[in-house]
Design a protein around this ligand. Structure first.
Ligand code: BES
Ligand code: ZN
Ligand code: ZN
Length: 503
């Protein structure tokens, strides 16, 4: 597990605080210095003003410079971070700048630092503290579970002190820190599960993790075995699971059961390894297919955060978990499956397994009579082709729900982009022998996946998030190191919080 550093909130101000390292931020070539920066500058006899005037530090976005204060400040060193142009500033840049500062400190070997949180350009301390923590924690995440050689050489920040000047500021900072910490801890959980190899993160391991979380937080949990779900009529999930030696698990978590709160179902694709099955994938890059349970990881992480934040909603998390492997027992192209909904599917490709397990999971979630269903899945390579690695494909059958997701997306910086689910596309899924086939032609692959799923949610407002692109990345982003990203977690938590607030 990636561990969180220790975070303390104290009363104090930057220019008076004695510490090894003080973090300060500035906009790019600011007209004048303000807030803590201005006070530190005054104490420091105009040092920062000079630095900027001479052009030695411009404050470009993500720029960082370490300065020794030589006794002219209580702090022994200052790390000056750039925020870029003032008129372009937003919380997404702030998360990135916080992350870059944290990475710079860590990589230079510092284990502790202090930072004064002060309202900035209309942003209050709470939001700034939250986004600072999110950027810092998410940006300094490292997956070191299986590093044994020179493990002690892995550098880590151990302690952060956030300073507030007044009691009111301190309360506001504490609130923001708590939110940032809980959310980041959940993203860490999702990232750890995604980064974990498929020989370790098996369906059983996923179920055990879910059980541990449920036990710790008092969430209800049910883990069904393959024989049970088969008997219940989940012909699609069963077909995918039966080729594998590793036991499949059908996991359902329920938070705030029986309290009369709005019910929202979250359904996550939990393929712990996708070889493609009999329609086997090319071996190049197949190792990435350990991330095919990213949807399930995001749902589990969201349930954890929702419970820690005590979000007043009845949440049902459904995690169908299995491998997709070829074997003598595996399902085959041409097989016809009977889904839990009663509808039949002709299998054209065993590699389009995600929609099969999700079809049964979506139908299963209907029994809870949810007001909304959201599914997350690394569903299609086509979505990666269409939108790339930084954007989630957004699909759904309800305009106002889609808008809510888009609003949460803007707030969190987890980008989503809408693709249509027009009736015309259903043509591609027509089958001669069953109600439909599990794949269309090559065209519109991401949409066809969404169309398929739409047949299993009845009339319930539903959103499908295709996270195949953003679930794991091979290039660092400002506060998302390469590897498993925890895509969808922050988006979902924001969506749930906004739901409660009624906007
Ligand atoms: N897990 C894959 C989708 C995927 C591909 C995720 C690349 C991340 C990166 C999914 O199960 C799959 O194999 N989909 C097929 C569907 C096709 C057979 C219609 C695909 O995208 O090729
Ligand atoms: Zn597949
Ligand atoms: Zn898959």
């Amino acid at each position: 597990m990636g561990d969180l550093m220790e975070i303390r909130v104290e009363k104090g101000s930057a220019e008076k605080y004695s510490c090894d390292l003080l973090l300060l931020f500035t906009f790019e070539t600011p007209a004048r210095l303000e807030g803590p920066l201005e006070k530190v500058d005054r104490e420091w006899k105009g040092f920062i003003t000079n630095l900027i005037k001479q052009g030695d530090f411009k404050g470009e976005l993500f720029q960082c410079q370490l300065i020794y204060t030589q006794g002219s400040l209580p702090a022994q060193r200052v790390l000056l971070g750039g925020l870029g142009k003032r008129e372009e500033f937003d919380l997404e840049k702030w998360r990135g700048a916080s992350s870059k500062a944290g990475q710079t400190l860590r990589d230079s070997g510092f284990k502790k630092f202090a930072f004064q949180v002060k309202g900035l350009d209309g942003y209050i301390e709470e939001g700034l503290a939250e986004s600072f923590m999110t950027g810092l924690l998410l940006g300094t995440y490292q997956y070191k579970e299986f590093k044994t050689v020179e493990r002690e050489k892995i550098k880590e920040i151990e302690e952060v002190v956030l300073l507030g000047e007044t009691d009111e500021e301190i309360r506001s900072i504490q609130k923001g820190v708590r939110l940032g910490e809980i959310v980041s801890e959940s993203v860490y959980l999702a990232r750890d599960l995604v980064n974990g190899p498929s020989n370790v993160i098996t369906p059983t391991a996923l179920a055990e993790k879910a059980e541990q979380i449920a036990r710790d937080l008092g969430i209800e949990i049910q883990v069904l075995e393959l024989s049970q779900v088969e008997a219940m009529g989940m012909g699609a999930f069963t077909a995918v699971a039966k080729g594998s030696q590793e036991p499949a698990k059908f996991i359902t978590l329920e938070y705030n059961k029986g309290k009369g709160l709005d019910t929202i179902a979250l359904v996550g694709k939990g393929i712990t390894f996708d070889s493609g099955g009999i329609s086997i994938k090319p071996s190049e890059g197949m190792e990435r297919m350990k991330d095919d349970m990213s949807g399930a990881a995001a749902v589990l992480a969201t349930m954890q955060a929702a419970s820690k934040l005590q979000i007043p909603l009845h949440l049902v998390g459904v995690l169908p978990a299995t491998e997709n492997l070829p074997s003598g027992k595996a399902y085959k192209p041409g097989d016809i499956l009977k889904t839990l909904s009663g509808q039949t599917v002709e299998v054209i490709s065993t590699d389009a397994e995600g929609r099969l397990i999700l079809s049964d999971a979506l139908t299963y979630s209907l029994q809870y009579q949810p007001k909304t269903i959201i599914d997350l899945a690394t569903l299609t390579g086509a979505c990666v082709i269409a939108l790339g690695n930084y954007v989630t494909g957004l699909f759904g059958n309800d305009e106002s729900l889609l808008k809510r997701i888009e609003e949460a997306s803007v707030k969190t910086g987890e980008k989503v982009w809408r693709l249509p689910l027009w009736d015309e596309y259903f043509e591609y899924l027509k089958s001669e022998v069953a109600d439909f086939r599990n794949v269309g032609a090559r065209a519109a692959g991401a949409i066809i996946g969404g169309i398929f799923l739409s047949k299993f949610v009845g009339k319930v407002p539903w959103v499908h998030l295709d996270i195949a692109g953003p679930a794991s990345i091979d290039k660092d982003r400002p506060y998302i190191p390469k590897g498993g990203t925890g895509a969808g977690v922050r988006l979902l938590i924001q969506f749930l919080q906004d739901w409660v607030k009624g906007n």
